[in-house]
Design a binder for this molecule. Structure first.
Ligand code: SAM
Length: 141
């Protein structure tokens, strides 16, 4: 199931109709700042949170938490700003996010705090290619 803005979903529907994957994807128009589809056992936010400031990112995480099934997991795929400071292309993206959207890249501690405040407990971090990381969280009791 893929959630995006209704206008984006409209375009995706046109492209998906010719695709062999059409039967395997459900497209949903909506606004993740307020509500996401309920009852999922896995929510995936890839390149989403870095495009929003802390207040809006917290709203997105809280919407996922409200919707999530009790044993659900959340995967967040993002770059991490190194702690302590070290050279990294994440700093360049941090600047770009600030200038473009008033948003930011974050350290692992900052993601942990954001997740916790929204009712998620960070469980693991797996580095993947291109300086990205998969942050896995579970619903906090
Ligand atoms: C940086 S893109 C990431 C897309 C995809 N996850 C990826 O990895 O390529 C951010 C996406 O969030 C969508 N988006 C922005 N605001 C949204 C909102 N309020 N509700 C749902 N989707 C939104 C955009 O249309 C865009 O497709």
């Amino acid at each position: 199931m893929l959630l995006d803005r209704p206008s984006v979903i409209e375009g995706a529907r046109r492209h998906l109709s010719d695709s062999p994957f059409a039967g395997r994807i459900e497209l949903v128009g909506g606004d993740f700042l307020t509500e996401v589809p309920k009852g999922g056992d896995l929510y995936l936010l890839k390149w989403i949170l870095h495009g929003w400031d802390d207040e809006q990112a917290a709203r997105i995480l809280a919407a996922c938490r409200r919707a999530a099934a009790p044993e659900a997991r959340l995967l967040v795929i993002e770059m991490l700003l190194p702690e302590p400071w070290a050279p990294s292309q994440a700093h360049l993206y941090d600047l770009a996010m600030l200038v473009l959207f008033g948003a930011r890249e974050r350290t692992l501690s900052q993601y942990r705090d954001l997740l916790r405040a929204a009712g998620w407990e960070l469980e693991s971090v797996t580095p993947v290619s291109g300086d990205y990381n998969v942050l896995q969280a579970v619903t906090a009791p």
